[in-house]
Design a binder for this molecule. Structure first.
Ligand SMILES: Cc1cc2nc3c(=O)[nH]c(=O)nc-3n(C[C@H](O)[C@H](O)[C@H](O)COP(=O)(O)O)c2cc1C
Length: 201
């Protein structure tokens, strides 16, 4: 067993991540929901970029993107991903490793429809991660899509959500003299129960 207390207490790591994120939303300058998303391509080469975390569900972290982007292809082909939050104002980090699921149903439609019209058009116009000749080419694509799609476009089939269902979560908080606190939660599969270990900093 571990001597978890204070900010590390609780028996559900997803609820704990939720409460750390709620704190970060009060203290971060902006984008407390920004999270690094790590993937690997088919040759095993890692890749990482920021996305905005839009929902924390009972057993998953959800963000939205283009399925044909580099990250989209890497998430779909490997079925695995890692996330990393770093909240500088709190001096805390949360690391997540888990399995990937697409959210391309009603929930993705609802989120897409909640976005400003220009963002909805942008999701149609941008062939994310593919080469672009110049800015004008993108602006032309936006104009053409705007004219063709009207005021209430449907969610593009190439755009939607991903759920990361954690198998590992680590909570890290800054300590004096680099003697940080780390607690790692692990389970062998999605339906198993968590085991928790305190780790050396
Ligand atoms: C603060 C911030 C938030 C971002 N949020 C998203 C997002 O939610 N979804 C997304 O597709 N890209 C987002 N991006 C852009 C990605 O970092 C990345 O440039 C883009 O998705 C292409 O990545 P890929 O080529 O690896 O697929 C964000 C970038 C920043 C800096």
């Amino acid at each position: 067993m571990t001597d978890r207390s204070g900010i590390f207490a609780g028996d559900d790591p997803i609820a704990l991540a939720k409460s750390w994120l709620a704190e970060a939303k009060k203290t971060e300058l902006n984008d407390a929901i920004a999270v690094s998303l790590a993937t690997v391509d088919q040759s095993g080469m890692p890749n990482v970029r920021i996305v905005l975390l839009k929902e924390i569900e009972d057993n998953a972290f959800v963000f939205y993107t283009n399925y044909e982007s580099s990250k989209g292809q890497e998430l779909i082909s490997s079925g695995k991903a890692a996330l990393n939050f770093h909240w500088k104002s709190l001096r805390r980090q949360v690391r997540i490793r888990g399995l990937v699921e697409k959210e391309d149903g009603a929930q993705a439609d609802a989120y897409y429809n909640s976005r400003p019209l220009d963002s909805r058009i942008g999701a149609w116009a941008s062939q994310q991660s593919r080469p672009l000749l110049n800015r004008e080419e993108l602006e032309n694509a936006v104009r053409e899509n705007k004219d063709a799609l009207g005021a209430s476009p449907e969610r593009p089939p190439h755009w939607g959500g991903f759920r990361i269902k954690p198998l590992e979560m680590e909570f890290w908080a800054d300590g004096p003299n680099r003697l940080h606190d780390r607690f790692k939660w692990e389970k062998p599969d999605i339906d198993a129960t968590w085991t928790i270990n305190r780790l050396n900093p």
